[in-house]
Design a protein around this ligand. Structure first.
Ligand code: AGP
Length: 609
């Protein structure tokens, strides 16, 4: 998804903006550009493809200036060609803008600009209308022109704006797209995301919806829509810049898979007291409020939605509250039965996913209490929620989510158990044994990571397959769905996940000699049923790789291969069984020479609908 960077100060804007864009690469992009204000003249360069192309084209000293904006674009309106890359210029060349988001009424604005002002558009993008609109409204005061333009724009946007005639100011506006300002010494920064500025500053302002920011080298002023100055607290970023480095690993995805024992331990650690009680810092639900909840809707997208599927089981089992998992993009349009007694649980790694954010707002409008599970402090989802529980995963850079998933699961266990404990619906013994099981999961994940060599061998056997099925029952259904998504995302192999009992209702028609199945068989109470499912597909000559707990040897007799995970309670298997599946997808993608951290057509944070 697009990324924005801006810099104003005494250093080289080109170097700083380009390095910021490099740190936003994980958002995904297909073209990039910068605009530098040099002595009252805007110098513009844009290139399609890798950032390196842009870096190569801006090597010359003519691009040296102390103020500039830059952008990495992920095509939505218009193909990823140089003309459609940002920054966009106004017709008179005085205004340059970078934009993240979508201008919904751009056709209307474009027609008006063509008809009333004779503007000739140079790109197919919605974003160019912002530059042209500000251009025609500009009468010597950039801030006035930006405010007038914003009042006519509908949609979602984070926009950075510079003007050749105002070499001392960058202006930015935000609505429903992330934006931060970084505080430097004798310089200041603008960006879509914290990692862009982390090499330069740890002090940031999170910009809120509807706000306008005026940035000079010595000051950052934040205003609301009515131009009332806002005093914003400085947020000090505590996580390490090296957390966004690959370190000794070849890819971020591999690093993040191996960081899971640590992430799970940290996410648990902060919330579990020595005597096993759960303390939820960001969640203020009292016993009365929990008793009042009569329904839980979990809303999320992609991997976070798969964590949500497990959440349904956990909330119903431990808190005894009816729960449903809704894909956020559907929830927001289907008029769900939400009221003051509804708890809406939003799960989002980035906290900026547009569909999840809109689902959250829809639930809020209808009176629900919003509890979020999020990985990014200061993100929109976190800020707009009543209660937030942060995953302690550290920045997740690879597009394919791994450590965010397992830490989201940990949060769901803790919240469901906390609610159950308050309600008195989890017997003491069951509670104590689950807490003990949860405490052991980091070590069990570590044990699974040690089987990497075996998994690599399986990857060598299967990476040429064109189609792969994943089946499971109970909590293994969510694991199967997540495993299948991981494979699809990074290998581009067609894969399909389904509850094993559902196979015979249609999908079994696809099974023939050599069809590959990954069978999740980790649920003791459903083990026999899974063995029957394996027999069923083996009878049709499928190739079966089962994932089972150590000690369950019967599965080996009916399967072609078995990946064993350590013994554990059925309830916590989702935390452990997904790990070999992540590794398998990773190694298959490696053999296929895929761009693992940045798979085609995907972006890390999907801030458009
Ligand atoms: C995960 O591997 C995906 N890239 C994607 O499904 C992701 O989980 C989804 O877009 C939701 O993102 P979020 O957690 O940041 O809201």
């Amino acid at each position: 998804m697009c990324g924005i960077v801006g810099y104003i100060g005494t250093g080289s804007a080109k170097e700083i903006v380009l390095s910021g864009l490099k740190n936003l690469e994980y958002r995904g992009y297909d073209s990039a550009g910068i605009a530098i204000n040099k002595k009252g003249k805007l110098l513009l360069r844009k290139e399609s493809g890798e950032l390196e192309n842009l870096i190569a084209k801006t090597r010359k000293a003519e691009f040296d200036g102390n103020m500039g904006i830059g952008h990495t674009r992920w095509a939505t309106h218009g193909s990823p060609i140089r003309e459609n890359a940002h920054p966009h210029l106004s017709a008179d060349g005085r205004i340059a803008i970078v934009h993240n988001g979508i201008i919904e009424n751009y056709i209307e604005l474009k027609n008006m600009l063509i008809k009333d002002h004779g503007i000739e558009f140079r790109s197919e993008t919605d974003s160019e209308v912002i530059a042209q609109l500000i251009g025609v409204l500009y009468e010597g005061n950039l801030l006035d022109a930006v405010r007038a333009a914003v009042s006519r724009m509908r949609g979602a946007y984070a926009v950075g704006i510079i003007c050749s005639e105002d070499p001392d100011t960058i202006i930015a506006v935000r609505k429903d797209a992330p934006l931060i300002a970084g505080i430097g010494e004798g310089c200041n920064y603008l960006a879509s995301d914290i990692p862009a500025v982390l090499s330069y500053t740890r002090d940031i302002y999170v910009i809120e919806n509807g706000e306008i920011v005026v940035i000079t080298k010595d000051d950052i002023k934040i205003y609301d829509e009515d131009m009332t100055r806002i005093g914003r607290e400085v947020m000090r970023v505590t996580w390490d810049a090296t957390a966004a480095d690959k370190g000794e690993y070849e890819d971020f995805m591999k690093k993040e898979i191996f960081e899971q024992p640590d992430g799970v331990r940290k996410t648990l650690g902060r919330r579990l007291t020595n005597d096993g009680e759960i303390k939820l810092d960001g969640i203020k639900l009292s016993k009365e409020e929990i008793d009042n909840i009569d329904r839980i809707y979990i809303v999320a997208c992609g991997t976070a939605a798969h964590a949500g599927i497990q959440g349904v089981t956990l909330f119903e089992k431990f808190a005894k509250i009816p729960a449903e998992m809704d894909i956020a993009s559907e929830f927001r349009y289907r008029n769900p039965l939400v009221n003051e007694r509804t708890l809406c649980v939003c799960i989002s790694q980035s906290g900026e996913t547009s569909d999840t954010l809109e689902a959250l707002r829809e639930a809020k409008r209808k009176g629900a209490r919003i509890l979020s599970i999020c990985n990014v402090v200061g993100s929109s989802v976190a800020r707009e929620s009543d209660d937030v529980m942060f995953t302690e995963a550290g920045p997740e850079i690879a597009v394919a989510s791994t450590k965010a998933y397992t830490t989201q699961l940990v949060c769901l266990y803790l919240i469901a158990l906390y609610m159950g404990r308050k309600k008195g619906t989890v017997p003491d013994e069951k509670y104590a044994s689950l807490i003990a099981e949860l405490r052991q999961t980091p070590d069990k994940i570590k044990e699974v990571l040690k089987t990497e060599k075996q998994i690599e061998k399986l990857a060598e056997q299967f990476y040429i397959k064109e189609q792969i099925f994943y089946i499971g029952r109970g909590m293994d259904v969510g694991t199967a769905l997540e495993a299948s998504l991981k494979l699809k995302e990074i290998t581009y192999i067609n894969s399909f996940a389904i509850g094993a009992g559902e196979l015979k209702h249609g999908t079994i028609a696809l099974v023939r000699n050599g069809t590959l199945f990954f069978v999740l068989a980790t649920q003791d109470k459903l083990y026999e049923k899974m063995l029957s499912n394996i027999e069923e597909i083996k009878a049709r000559k499928a190739h079966v790789v089962s994932i089972a707990k150590k000690g369950n040897s019967r599965v080996a007799k009916v399967s072609d291969e078995v990946i064993y995970i350590p013994e554990c309670a059925d309830d916590v298997t989702p935390l452990i069984a997904i790990v070999p599946m992540q590794l398998l997808a990773y190694h298959m993608a490696k053999l296929l020479k895929r761009n693992i951290d940045k798979p085609r057509n995907l972006a890390k944070s999907v801030t458009v609908e």
